[in-house]
Design a protein around this ligand. Structure first.
Ligand code: ADP
Ligand code: MG
Length: 225
């Protein structure tokens, strides 16, 4: 009984703001278009995970979000699906240059995993990733790689309006704080910013406070710092 109670408690999400869109129960509640719904079904995702139920409607309402949940809880789709919606909402998608969605991840391996997940959902829309010469809508990279691309002037950031800092605690552990701050400073302030992390150490909290605009915090499970 005790362990049931504990698990139940730990899975209860908490949201720390008023006027927050209600959590969804099914992907249908997100109002995704048919091609995206089909791609979700093709992935075998029957129901959104707890963090997805909470975070998807908030991200789709164009609010900044701090999402805290342990590894394996489905954080990637919580930012990738709304990113595709955000990109498809942009006018003259083919005409302009430079990424609209920018995702920072701590390692190349993680960036590649996010790319694989995003590619499946973006497939019906023919969105382009980091093919620099051909232009692209989405860039997923480590902070170091992004800084290199910016220094080489290989990336135009003027239409980047959806920034994701994934696994923020790990990026800090790896010493990427200066790079992250530099990247954030090069992306227009009217962007939507999402920060995902398994833990929220003080330094990550400070970055979130400085770079997110009136964020809504979604926490799933008990999180140490
Ligand atoms: P996190 O970023 O929180 O560590 P991931 O986004 O990598 O978690 O997801 C972990 C695994 O769960 C992945 O294999 C992913 O494809 C799968 N997954 C994510 N969302 C769902 C869902 N709604 N239904 C089933 N599987 C899912
Ligand atoms: Mg992840």
């Amino acid at each position: 009984y005790e362990s049931f109670n504990k698990d139940f408690y730990e899975e209860q999400p908490s949201v720390s703001s008023f006027d927050v869109p209600r959590p969804i129960k099914n992907f249908v509640d997100c109002g995704f278009h048919v091609p995206l719904m089909n791609a979700i079904a093709k992935q075998g995702y029957e129901k959104p995970t707890t963090i997805q139920c909470q975070a998807l409607p908030i991200v789709l309402s164009v609010r900044d979000v701090i999402g805290i949940a342990k590894t394996g809880s489905g954080k990637t789709a919580a930012f990738v699906l709304p990113m595709i919606v955000h990109i498809m909402d942009q006018p003259e998608l083919e005409k302009e240059e430079g990424p609209i969605g920018v995702v920072c991840a701590p390692t190349r391996k993680l960036a590649h995993q996010i790319y694989l997940e995003a590619k499946k959902f973006a497939k019906p829309y023919n969105l382009r990733f980091k093919e620099l010469k051909a232009g692209c809508e989405i860039v997923i990279a480590t902070p170091g790689r992004l800084i290199d691309l910016l220094k080489m002037k290989a990336l135009k950031m003027f239409r980047a309006t959806y920034l994701v800092l994934d696994e923020a605690d790990r990026m800090f552990d790896l010493g990427f704080e200066p790079q992250i701050r530099s990247i954030v400073g090069q992306i227009r302030p009217d962007r939507q910013t999402l920060l995902f992390s398994a833990t929220m150490p003080y330094k990550v909290e400070c970055l979130a406070r400085e770079t997110l605009n009136d964020p809504i915090r979604v926490t799933v499970g008990q999180v140490g710092s």
